[in-house]
Write a protein of this length. Structure first.
Length: 185
C-alpha cells in the first residue's frame, strides 16, 4: 500500500535525508524509503533515532535494550530483525539478544530494570507511579536517563507504528534474523 522511494523518486525535502542514510548505512533501509513519502516523518524519525544513539548517557547496549523492548512490545516484524542485526554486528551478548527477542528475563539485573522501566512506560502510557520510578533509580539509573529513555521510545513509536501500517519488507540480509512475536507462533 505504501510506496518505496529512492534518491531519484523521493520528494525533494527527503532526498538529503536519504543521502545521509545511505552514507551512514551503505544503503537506504526500506523503512526510510517509505518514510521518505512524508518528509516530516522521515526527519522526525531520523532525528530522534540519532539523538538517542549519539546524545544520551545510556550505553550502546542499554540503548538497544530500550529499542528492543519497544520493538517486542509493539510486535514490530521489521525492527526486531533490524536491531538483532545491529546488536550482533556490535558483538553484544547473545543471551541478552535472545531474551529481548523472546520476551524473557534478561540475565543482567540492571538491564532488566531498564527493560522493566521501558515496558512499564509503554504499558501505562507513561503513568507508572513513583514506586516503579524509584525501582529504576535503585537499579543505578539517573533522572537524566529516565528522561532519555523517552527519546528512544519516541523514535520507536514512529518506526514500529510505521512498519505496522506499511507492512515494511525486510531489507536484504535481515531474513536470517526474521522474527515472529511469541504470542503469534
Amino acid at each position: 500500500m505504501f510506496d518505496y522511494y529512492d534518491l531519484d523518486t523521493a520528494p525533494d525535502a527527503s532526498k538529503p535525508l536519504l543521502k545521509k542514510a545511505k552514507e551512514n548505512f551503505g544503503m537506504v533501509p526500506n523503512l526510510l524509503k517509505i518514510f521518505a513519502g512524508a518528509p516530516a516523518t522521515l526527519e522526525a524519525y531520523m532525528t530522534s533515532f540519532n539523538l538517542f544513539m549519539s546524545n544520551t548517557s545510556l550505553t550502546p547496549l542499554e540503548q538497544q535494550v530500550v529499542f528492543m523492548t519497544a520493538n517486542f512490545e509493539n510486535d514490530c516484524h521489521y525492527c526486531v530483525p533490524g536491531h538483532t542485526g545491529m546488536m550482533k554486528a556490535a558483538k553484544m551478548p547473545d543471551d541478552i539478544i535472545e531474551a529481548l527477542r523472546e520476551g524473557t528475563e534478561i540475565p543482567d539485573a540492571k538491564l532488566q530494570a531498564l527493560h522493566d522501566y521501558s515496558k512499564e512506560l509503554l504499558d501505562n502510557r507513561g503513568h507508572i507511579g513513583d514506586e516503579k520510578l524509584k525501582a529504576f533509580f535503585a537499579a543505578g539509573y539517573s533522572q537524566q536517563q529516565a528522561l532519555e529513555v523517552l527519546t528512544g521510545l519516541a523514535s520507536k513509536l514512529i518506526s514500529n507504528f510505521g512498519n505496522a501500517i506499511a507492512h515494511t519488507e525486510l531489507d536484504a540480509g535481515m531474513s536470517s534474523f526474521d522474527w515472529t512475536h511469541p504470542k503469534n507462533r
